[in-house]
Unconditional design. Structure first.
Length: 581
């Protein structure tokens, strides 16, 4: 009993700081992509993890002795969120080493059992480091970070169990990681959503391998849900299914909100009232736009509505995250998809209005090369509007339960936008003087306009795109004729310049002396050193005696004789003086 008393009294101390927050999954994916894994270079990533771990040890003063190694235990009470990076980087280093050994073994001519066991040990080491990371996050971090640590630990553990061919437990861990990643996607921004999609793409073949070895078939739950949604949509309106909720805002305002055949019910009354007010504003704005044919004021109102729908989406995603990954949030999922569809649809309408306004300005211009036309309207702006519309259409495709008819309609709309982008690209080539490229693009565009169709289950967008496509043929023909005229003028000017050039050359040649100068003037000729070695012995030095003046030579001899006579007289005198007695 006495020995049990100290153990009973040892209770973990509560942290004295506020819970830290860190996005582990997106941070890991970012470091992987920046340090070698974009090119599947796990050796480079492992070396990066070793260097970063050394920097963390030094920065946090978590060293293990200078001379003799002495293991320092990980502190229980931490005051800095960087401490969690130590087990995280340790896990990544061990995981990268295991994947590297596995890849080397697969690339070898024969299976190496030693490398296989070594990789399993590294994955096992990564598993224990991930468990340590999860335990640290449960004490010092908030709920979101704890769930991310759980998902990361499940991913690492599932990888280790799969290498050990423990398929049942590996499938359980990987399925848990997939469920948590799908849950995090609900409230993720664009960059974080891309990182989570990368994890889901990596999990798909691993889960498929586990199901295959367990003798299970492919999971068809998602396919059954999509088929049920299509059946409900066909039963509700077989002639024209209401796949676009912004096309039926009048029914949504009345309380009958439907998302691609599924009834939308929002559990929160506060959020529901906010959504209804936003839908009423959107309906009134669409009516004003149809009557006034758009304008800068309408564009600003579309921007305000987008901000309001963005705030509603934040509230909905907050409720979904608060419910947890294990809760039934099917109603929230449908509501979130419904609001996203309305918001993206309004954004597409706004960008189409901007594009139509820009096209109206381009119709008043005859020459895109002039300074006034460049000041009034630029083709580059039209290309930017086309890119914005393409992004909105791509976002609509990524929404859940997109049927084949829905995707076919979006494909037709994308083709219309691509045609306009091709027109603007031809105008850009015309503005910089590339007339041949512009003419080729316009010829291509005139042949493919008729291929685009406007059939689909999106009445609101269908109307807008029909208004965009109707004048496209005439616009392309008009600009094609203008470019061909400019091309003909440029060709004629080039021919005239070619005819004038030989006449000017002949006039210049007639003025020159027909006889050439002889002998030719001296000039430097590049030669190799061997040529000089062979030529120098054959060269006779010129005789310069005749060239030098004779008077200068006589004067020089007289001066030498005078100096010699003076020196001789001086010597005789000195000798006589020394000889006196």
């Amino acid at each position: 009993m006495a020995s049990e008393t100290p153990e009973a009294q040892e209770e973990p101390q509560a942290p004295t700081h506020e819970p830290f927050s860190m996005k582990l999954l997106s941070t890991v994916q970012e470091h992987r992509s920046l340090n070698g894994l974009r090119h599947n270079d796990h050796l480079r990533y492992r070396q990066y993890c070793s260097r970063r771990l050394r920097r963390l040890y030094t920065g946090l003063r978590f060293t293990h002795g200078k001379t003799r190694f002495k293991q320092v235990p990980f502190p229980e009470n931490i005051e800095d969120a960087k401490w969690v990076c130590i087990p995280l980087v340790q896990t990544e280093r061990a995981w990268a080493f295991g994947v590297q050994l596995k890849a080397d073994n697969a690339a070898a001519s024969a299976d190496n059992l030693r490398w296989r066991r070594h990789s399993e040990r590294k994955f096992r080491k990564a598993h224990f480091y991930a468990q340590h990371l999860e335990s640290v996050c449960k004490v010092h971090f908030d709920q979101r970070t704890q769930l991310e640590a759980e998902a990361y630990a499940a991913y690492i553990s599932g990888t280790w169990l799969k290498e050990r061919e423990n398929w049942a437990e590996a499938k359980t861990k990987l399925a848990r990681c997939k469920k948590l990643c799908e849950h995090f996607q609900l409230g993720a921004d664009q960059a974080e959503a891309a990182a989570l999609r990368t994890y889901l793409e990596e999990l798909a073949p691993m889960l498929r391998e586990c199901r295959y070895n367990l003798g299970e078939g492919e999971e068809e739950e998602d396919a059954l849900k999509v088929a049920a949604g299509k059946k409900i949509a066909q039963e509700r309106s077989p002639s024209s299914p209401k796949s676009a909720c912004w096309a039926t805002l009048s029914e949504a305002v009345q309380g009958d909100m439907v998302y691609r055949g599924h009834p939308v019910s929002i559990p929160s009354d506060k959020i529901r009232s906010t959504v209804m007010s936003c839908l009423e504003s959107a309906k009134a704005l669409q009516a004003d736009t149809d009557s006034q044919d758009g304008g800068p004021v309408a564009t600003e109102k579309y921007g305000e509505l987008s901000v309001n729908f963005g705030d509603v989406l934040k509230d909905v995603r907050g409720e979904m995250m608060a419910a947890g990954a294990d809760a039934d949030i099917a109603e929230w999922r449908i509501a979130e998809a419904f609001i996203r569809e309305v918001s993206i649809g309004l954004s597409a309408e706004r960008n189409l209005m901007l594009l139509r306004g820009h096209l109206a300005k381009m119709d008043d211009i005859e020459d895109v090369n002039s300074i006034d036309s460049r000041r009034h309207c630029r083709p580059e702006e039209g290309m930017r509007f086309c890119e914005l519309v393409k992004e909105d259409l791509a976002a609509l495709t990524e929404l859940p339960e997109s049927s084949g008819e829905f995707e076919a309609a979006l494909t037709a709309y994308k083709k219309v936008i691509q045609d306009y982008r091709c027109l603007y690209l031809a105008l850009c080539h015309t503005a910089i003087g590339k007339l041949l490229e512009a003419a080729a693009l316009l010829d291509l565009l005139s042949n493919r306009i008729e291929e685009a169709g406007n059939e689909g289950p999106l009445p609101r967008l269908q109307k807008l795109f029909q208004q965009m496509q109707e004048p496209l043929q005439s616009r392309v023909a008009r600009w094609r004729c203008r470019v061909l005229v400019l091309l003909a003028k440029a060709h004629k000017k080039k021919q005239e310049s070619e005819v004038e050039e030989p006449t000017a050359a002949e006039q210049t040649k007639a003025k020159q002396d027909p006889l050439a100068t002889f002998p030719p003037t001296f000039r430097d000729v590049p030669c190799k050193p061997l040529l000089f070695d062979l030529a120098f012995p054959c060269i006779q030095p010129p005789n310069l005696d005749e060239i030098l003046p004779k008077k200068q030579e006589g004067k020089g001899r007289q001066a030498v004789a005078a100096v010699a006579g003076a020196l001789g007289g001086l010597g005789s005198r000195l000798g006589g003086w020394m000889g006196r007695k």
